[in-house]
Design a protein around this ligand. Structure first.
Ligand SMILES: [Zn+2]
Length: 453
């Protein structure tokens, strides 16, 4: 029986999905203006483990969006001179590369905000019709005092919010807590025609519209980092339940704890900002994944200078126990590992069990009994997205997740040269070779981008 901690009720609850065979899960995805950082990697790795676990018993629709319209993206474009399209396309590719390197499986659906503008406009119109929103100076705002249930997720009272808030007070707001659903765009800014003039959506309405489109009025789990509880998730709840009624929207809310770097909050101004790309230049993705899963997801994770070294030492021990193992039987997942995960995703306990299995394997002489334990260790670790290569390859450091980005870029260039020389046979061969290694090429008018399958 799976138990999950529900932020909404502040309790550990047995998980019972709406449909006994299916689970719908929405996780707030990245805003694609810059390289993903360690704080982003944590929720995506945590929810990847949840999806793997749910898939043992249910058909899972895992929706993780891409926010490709946001003021941060507009600012990045102004700063770098690159077009918004280039920034979002490039950053999305980087994000997919980072996720693949960390061993996170792709979501079932990855909706882009810019592909759902009509759905957002429709939802805003409903909020206006029902009296939860008002239009003012090209803006549309959600009127927080019109929604008495506001604050149930975060436990925030409106007065406290105002007192402690960095909430923008603006002349077009009736109340300081009101938040933007739609805002006007200048002619240089990206924008869409709407009943309120040319403009663009606020961030919160994006997730309400996309989760409704892909998971419906009611769905099972909504996840994200604790930093999203207020105001983002609170505002998502207000928007969606104002339209569809109290009791609709997500039933279980899951939030991972914050990420610290040497005991401090990670921020660009403190100079302790770590991107996944930085980490991948120091360690293999599996080591980073192991480190992320070594702390329970609801606890704060303090990333210190020793974290990667410790994770690597642990993985070395586990891989040592797999020495000589060539078996392919990956069916046998250890019941204690499963039980640990079913207890609100207790990954540290699951990892402790992997170490126990490793110790048992080490005690045995070469033979069938040893192989059985090794098979169980390998299968259980694989379930967590760990111990993905052979012991031999691991210790030879051969065990990268496919080709390096540089090699891929180089092959794409060779393919372009071949195409320009009308050598389509060679160009196709390069594409097929890459595809065999799990690299998909995407051709467009701007050139060729790629992603890992
Ligand atoms: Zn969201």
């Amino acid at each position: 029986m799976l138990k999950l901690y529900n932020t909404l009720t502040r309790r550990l609850e047995p998980f019972t999905p709406l449909n006994p065979h299916k689970v719908g899960l929405y996780v707030c995805g990245p805003t694609v203006y810059d390289r993903a950082h360690l704080g982003n990697a944590r929720p995506y790795t945590v929810f990847d483990v949840l999806v793997r676990l749910l898939r043992t018993t249910h058909e899972v629709t895992y929706v993780r969006n891409i926010t490709d319209i946001d003021d941060k993206i507009i600012n990045a474009s102004l700063q770098t001179g690159e077009s918004i399209e280039t920034i979002t396309r490039k950053t999305t590719v980087f994000f997919h590369e980072d996720m693949a390197a960390l061993g996170n499986l792709p979501p079932t659906i990855e909706p882009k905000a810019t592909g759902h503008i009509n759905e957002m406009i429709e939802m805003i119109e409903l909020l206006l019709q029902r009296g939860f929103a008002y239009a003012q100076d090209g803006h549309v705002l959600f009127h927080v005092p019109s929604f008495p249930n506001y604050g149930t997720l975060s436990g925030c009272k409106c007065e406290e919010i105002i007192a402690g808030a960095r909430i923008e007070v603006a002349p077009y707001k009736k109340d300081p807590t009101d938040f933007v659903l739609w805002k006007p765009s200048t002619s240089e800014q990206p924008g869409w025609e709407s009943p309120w003039g040319r403009g663009r959506p606020g961030w919160h309405i994006e997730c309400s519209a996309m989760s409704f489109k892909h998971l419906g009025i009611n769905f099972d789990i909504h996840g994200g980092g604790q930093d999203l509880i207020f105001p983002h998730h609170e505002n998502e709840i207000a928007q969606s339940t104002a339209v569809y009624g109290i009791g609709t929207f997500a039933r279980y809310w899951m939030h991972n704890g914050i990420l610290l770097v040497n005991g401090e909050k990670m921020s660009k101004s403190l100079g302790n900002f770590i991107t996944i790309q930085d980490l991948l230049s120091q360690a293999r993705g599996e080591i980073i994944r192991f480190a992320l899963l070594s702390t329970h997801y609801r606890q704060p994770l303090d990333w210190t200078n020793d974290t990667l070294m410790q994770a690597k030492a642990s993985l070395n021990r586990l891989y040592t126990a797999l020495e000589g193992f060539v078996g392919e039987n990956l069916q046998q997942i250890d019941q204690d590992v499963l039980r640990a995960l079913q207890d609100d995703l207790n990954t540290p306990l699951a990892i402790a069990r992997l170490h126990e299995l490793a110790r048992e394997a080490n005690k045995k002489e070469k033979g069938q009994a040893k192989e059985e334990i090794q098979a169980r260790l390998k299968a259980s670790a694989a379930f967590l997205g760990l111990l993905q290569c052979s012991s031999e390859a691991w210790f030879k450091s051969d065990c990268t997740q496919g080709l390096s980005s540089e090699t891929i870029e180089e092959l794409i260039m060779q393919r372009r040269v071949a195409r320009e020389a009308k050598d389509f046979k060679k160009a196709d061969q390069i594409r097929l070779n890459l595809e065999e290694k799990g690299i998909l090429l995407l051709d467009s008018a701007e050139g060729t981008s790629w992603r890992r399958k």
